[in-house]
Design a protein around this ligand. Structure first.
Ligand SMILES: C[S@@+](CC[C@H](N)C(=O)[O-])C[C@H]1O[C@@H](n2cnc3c(N)ncnc32)[C@H](O)[C@@H]1O
Length: 265
């Protein structure tokens, strides 16, 4: 993304200083060779998630937007309106228990990019078409609030994900982009693994690993007429990766991976 720095009253040095004061999750290209130093390889995820190239005229809701990489990308692809929400990252006070930077990264990137992405302070359990807005009139064809809803990297972090997925579906009018950690990828029955404590990657905010049949079932149950598997990797790839990780002393089982599934109305 290269929107230049024309929206900034600050110099490049000052901008670099501000960027250095933030702990970033996303790597966002702010133009003029400046990319925010997030640990997430954000741009590399783009080919995997199947976000349509042309979003002109579309409304987009980015749930769990964090520093906003995907919100800004949706805007760059022409979306008419983009709303970003992230109650978890943005509401929790920054301090000893939260080493991240709240909404500061999103706000700075939005300012530098001259972006019109809207931020809304709403809990995921409060999402309803009425509350989130973004629609003129509800009809059977247009049951939700946003044409495209991005729900990426969030499902497995939720202690109780099923009611939240129902809420997310209720605000999706056209296409839900669901990206998640997944487990039990060999199993044909719909199922989900529960991770007590820090079992998954040493992170106690990781709760669940659904498998693909479960994700498909849930999306169908929430009224998505078509469910497309946009990204999954083969068993040989996953096995090779699990061996590589094991040799490094880490654990990533061959039955685990990331999945991208789209639900279409
Ligand atoms: C791995 S990041 C994904 C960020 C972004 N959507 C992406 O795909 O790059 C996880 C996101 O889930 C959110 N999250 C984590 N735990 C949550 C919770 N209990 N409730 C709501 N959101 C949560 C975080 O705030 C963060 O935005």
């Amino acid at each position: 993304m290269d929107f230049g720095l024309t929206h900034l009253a600050t110099s490049t040095d000052e901008l670099r200083r501000q960027i250095a004061g933030i702990r970033w999750f996303h790597q966002i290209d702010l133009g003029n060779g400046i990319v925010t130093p997030g640990h997430d390889k954000s741009a590399e995820k783009l080919p995997r998630i199947g976000l349509p190239d042309d979003l002109r005229g579309k409304t987009v809701l980015d749930i769990g937007a964090w520093d906003g990489f995907f919100s800004f990308e949706a805007e760059r692809r022409g979306a008419e309106r983009v709303v970003a929400i992230d109650p978890n990252a943005w509401r929790v006070p920054v301090g000893p228990d939260n080493p991240w930077s709240g909404q500061e990264g999103f706000n700075l990137a939005r300012r530098v990019l001259g972006s019109k992405v809207e931020d809304v302070d709403i809990g995921l359990d409060e999402l309803t078409p009425e509350r989130i807005g973004g629609f003129d009139e509800l009809t059977p064809e247009r049951i939700g609030g946003f044409d495209i809803v991005l729900f990426m990297g969030v499902f497995y972090h939720l202690p109780d994900p099923l009611p939240i997925l129902e809420r997310v579906a209720s605000v999706t009018a056209e296409r839900l982009v669901l990206e998640t950690h997944a487990d039990l990828l060999w199993l044909r029955r719909p199922a989900m693994v529960y991770y007590p404590g820090t079992e998954l990657f040493g992170d106690d905010s990781n709760w669940w690993g659904p498998n693909l049949p479960l994700v498909k079932e849930l999306l169908s149950a929430h009224g998505f007429r078509r469910v497309e598997v946009v990204h999954r990797r083969s068993f040989p790839f996953r096995l090779a990766r699990s061996i590589r990780w094991r040799l490094k002393g880490d654990r990533f089982l061959a039955q685990q991976d990331r999945l991208v599934v789209h639900g279409l109305r």
